[in-house]
Write a protein that binds this ligand. Structure first.
Ligand code: SAM
Length: 127
C-alpha cells in the first residue's frame, strides 16, 4: 500500500488539528495505557508523544511507507519505547492475547471492514 499524497497531506495539514483539540483528545485516549501496547494504523505518529510512561513497549503498525517513515521519526522522540512495523489491520504481527491494550484512532474510516479490524485487534488483547 502506497499513498504518498495522503501521507503528504496528513503531515502538512493533519498536524494543524493537534492545536485545535486533537492533542488533548490523544492525551485523554491514552491516559490509561500500560504494559505492552499495540497501535494499529499509527499514521505519522501523532499519538506517540502522548503515551504515558506506564507503557513498557509499544508496537506501532502502519502499512503506508511514507507515513511509516514519519512515524519512525516521531518514535525517536517518544517518551516510551516504540517499534514501528509494516502491517495491515487484518494481519497484525503479534500473537492473540499478547497485548495489554490495542489502540486505534482515525483508522476505522480507512479499513474495508471496520468490524473485522476491531475483532482482530480485540483478539490481540489479553483482557
Ligand atoms: C487518518 S490516518 C490516522 C493516523 C493515526 N492513527 C492518527 O490518529 O493520527 C489512518 C491511518 O490508517 C492507515 N491504514 C489504512 N488502511 C489500513 C489498514 N487496512 N490497516 C492498518 N492501517 C491502515 C493509513 O495508512 C493511515 O496511516
Amino acid at each position: 500500500m502506497e499513498n504518498r499524497l495522503c501521507a503528504w497531506w496528513f503531515a502538512r495539514y493533519g498536524a494543524r488539528n493537534e492545536a485545535r483539540g486533537n492533542a488533548q483528545l490523544r492525551t485523554e485516549l491514552l491516559a490509561g495505557a500500560a504494559g505492552r501496547v499495540l497501535e494499529v494504523g499509527v499514521g505519522t505518529g501523532l499519538n506517540l508523544a502522548h503515551y504515558p510512561a506506564t507503557v513498557e513497549q509499544l508496537i506501532a503498525a502502519e502499512p503506508e511507507p511514507t507515513m511509516r517513515q514519519n512515524a519512525a521519526e516521531a518514535a525517536a522522540r517518544a517518551p516510551v519505547p516504540v517499534r514501528i512495523v509494516a502491517a495491515f489491520a487484518d494481519a497484525l504481527p503479534v500473537g492473540d492475547g499478547s497485548q495489554d491494550a490495542v489502540v486505534v484512532s482515525g483508522l476505522l474510516c480507512s479499513v474495508p471492514d471496520p468490524a473485522a479490524a476491531l475483532a482482530d485487534s480485540r483478539a490481540r488483547q489479553n483482557t
